[in-house]
Design a protein. Structure first.
Length: 254
C-alpha cells in the first residue's frame, strides 16, 4: 500500500511538473506575441511620421545629413525626431530641438550630451535591452536603388515605381549596434540578404517564432517569412526594379 501510494505521488508530481512547464511556455508565448504586436506598433508610428515628413517637405528624409564637404553628420532619425519634438506632443520634451547642434556631427562634444535621449519606438520590445537602449532596431537599407540613396539625396513617393506597397522602407535588425542618432544603417554593399544571418549585418530579429518585421513605403507592416530568398529581399528593397513580388501574400503585421 505504501509503495502504491508513493508511486501515485510520483505520478502526480510528474504531472504537475509537465503542467507547470506547459504553462510557463504558454505564458512565454503570449508575452512574445504581445512584444511582436508592440514591435508592429512601433514601426507603424515611425511610418506615420515618415509619411507626414514626406507630405510636409515633398520628400522623405535622406539617409543622413552631410556637411559642406559631404561628411555625414547625423541620421534620418534625428530629422524625424526633430519634427516630432517640435510638434504638439513634444516627443522628447523639446530637449532635442532646443539643444541639438544641427551643424555638428552626432558625436560632437555638444551633441554627445544628448546621447542618453531615448525614444522607445526605435526599439523592438523583444530586444533584451528594451526599453532603455539608445540603439535602434529599425533601420534603412542604404544603397543607390533603395529608398535611402547612399549619396544622401532624398526620395519622393513618385520615385517608387515598383509601388509603395511593394517596396520596403525600413527593416528590423537585432543587435544593430547603431545609436539612433548615428548616420549609419544597413549598407547594401556589405549586408547579408539572408534573414537572421548572424555572421554579417542582416535583416533579423529577436522574435522567437516570427520572422523580422519590415515596413513598406505606404506604411504597411509585414512579418517576413523565414523562407524569403535573398533575391526576393533584394527586389523588395529596390524602388524601380519592376519585379513582381507582393508582400501582401505573407503574414501581415497590420
Amino acid at each position: 500500500m505504501t509503495v502504491r501510494r508513493s508511486m501515485i505521488w510520483v505520478a502526480v508530481a510528474a504531472l504537475v511538473c509537465v503542467l507547470l512547464t506547459w504553462l510557463a511556455r504558454a505564458v512565454s508565448d503570449v508575452r512574445e506575441v504581445a512584444r511582436s504586436s508592440q514591435c508592429v506598433g512601433n514601426l507603424k508610428q515611425i511610418a506615420v511620421a515618415l509619411l507626414n515628413y514626406e507630405s510636409a517637405h515633398g520628400c522623405f528624409p535622406p539617409a543622413y545629413v552631410a556637411d559642406a564637404s559631404g561628411r555625414p553628420l547625423y541620421s534620418w532619425r534625428v530629422l524625424l525626431m526633430a519634427e516630432l519634438d517640435r510638434g504638439p506632443a513634444g516627443y522628447l520634451g523639446g530637449r532635442l530641438v532646443k539643444n541639438f547642434h544641427f551643424d555638428e556631427p552626432w558625436d560632437s562634444p555638444n551633441n554627445s550630451k544628448l546621447h542618453g535621449l531615448v525614444w522607445a519606438s526605435f526599439q523592438c520590445p523583444s530586444d533584451p535591452a528594451f526599453p532603455t537602449s539608445t540603439e535602434t532596431n529599425y533601420v534603412a537599407v542604404v544603397g543607390p536603388r533603395t529608398m535611402f540613396p547612399s549619396d544622401g539625396t532624398s526620395r519622393r513617393l513618385a520615385d517608387v515605381t515598383d509601388g509603395p506597397g511593394k517596396t520596403f522602407m525600413l527593416v528590423e535588425v537585432a543587435n544593430s549596434g547603431i545609436h539612433w542618432m548615428e548616420p549609419r544603417d544597413l549598407d547594401w554593399t556589405t549586408m547579408s540578404f539572408q534573414l537572421n544571418d548572424r555572421t554579417r549585418p542582416s535583416v533579423s530579429s529577436h522574435h522567437t517564432f516570427n520572422g523580422p518585421h519590415a515596413q513598406t513605403v505606404d506604411g504597411s507592416i509585414y512579418i517576413l517569412p523565414r523562407s524569403l530568398t535573398p533575391e526576393a529581399l533584394r527586389a523588395l528593397l529596390t524602388i524601380a526594379g519592376g519585379e513582381r513580388i507582393d508582400p501582401a501574400e505573407w503574414t501581415t503585421g497590420g
